[in-house]
Write a protein that binds this ligand. Sequence first.
Ligand code: MN
Length: 412
Amino acid sequence: MTSWVTSANGDTDFPIENLPYGVFDDGAGPRMGVAIGAFVLDVGKVEHGLDAALFAEPAWNAVMAAGPAIWAALRERLTALLSDETYRTAVEPHLVALEKVALLMPFRVSEYTDFYAGRHHAFNVGTMFRGAENALPPNWLSIPIGYNGRASSVVVSGTPVRRPWGQIKRPEDELPRFAPSARFDLELEMAAIVGQLSDGMVSVAEADAMIFGYVLLNDWSARDIQAWEYQPLGPFLSKNFASTISPWIVTMEALAPFRAPFSHPAEDPQPLPYLSSADNSAQGGLDIHLEALIETPKMRDAKAAPARFTQTNYRHAYWTAAQMVAHHTVNGCNLQPGDLLGTGTLSGPTLDQACALIELTTGGKNPIQLPNGESRTWLEDGDTIILRGWCEKPGAARIGFGECVGTVLPTP
Ligand code: MN
């Protein structure tokens, strides 16, 4: 398919097959936008044929709550407006160059749950914290493990992140100290956005239709604070100071061509019936390429390109978002539009696909080497982490997520 927006037809994350949703500000106040090539469409200003109330507040929550029929109608209309030359005169004045806008939080995060569905990450980190024999907790292969994070500290790409202070007890210390985190880390994750209200148990089949779309997620982690605090109730202050998401919601409709079969290895316990469905097995997986890059202050000064230090794929996740929703609601817990479900760190099976420094450096023992001669064991002040994600396959247009960027600031 082609768009009359020529930049959408070349090398871009945002061809007409993508149409991701965000919130932008060009100086005239925050508005809802749709990315197309090198532009953002001011969607509230075009003839979309939908209730104007859906675009009254600069956040996508109202559209989410309106349900899948409205999601489909909006996408169909946007596709027509941006592909059919006859709409060009009416629509073109409402395109704003992406380079001239600030991208804001695309939706109000209602609640934030972070899961732990990366098997290789769970095994690698578990090995460091508890030894290889006890690396995966006994429940791990049966339950999509998660914890309740804080919605209030989810921030949009571009927001600086401050190194936290906290209580730290190293193995050689007799008592904990209060100090800045010296083991500051990233976690490369995806996050699914719940688009519908649930009240009561949701089946895996129903859950799939409740997911509105996905963003990239960097779950910043202070490993020294985490190691001391995490037992028995899991991560708390080591993670809830900031979690960064990418600014564009890539919808399930845009991701549809990249669905993939999903299964657990035959030798593993198979999911309980409430965690399985024929559709989830047939197409619960998503083939999304992911990578993380670092730009150190030295690279920035030298105007050198950021260095990629890992790449992976969302297909390595052990649980699908639909299974996470089914599990989350199995006890009657309600979900609402704008709930964010982090996947957990999506490390692949080999070390070069590990998605956190704690794995890449084997717990801080083997620094990673960067192309400019620098090395990193943990993140240093001034380091910028850039996450990218995209889908591509023969016969489909390549679509991308844009970037999820955060720079580490020193402790306050
Ligand atoms: Mn995480």
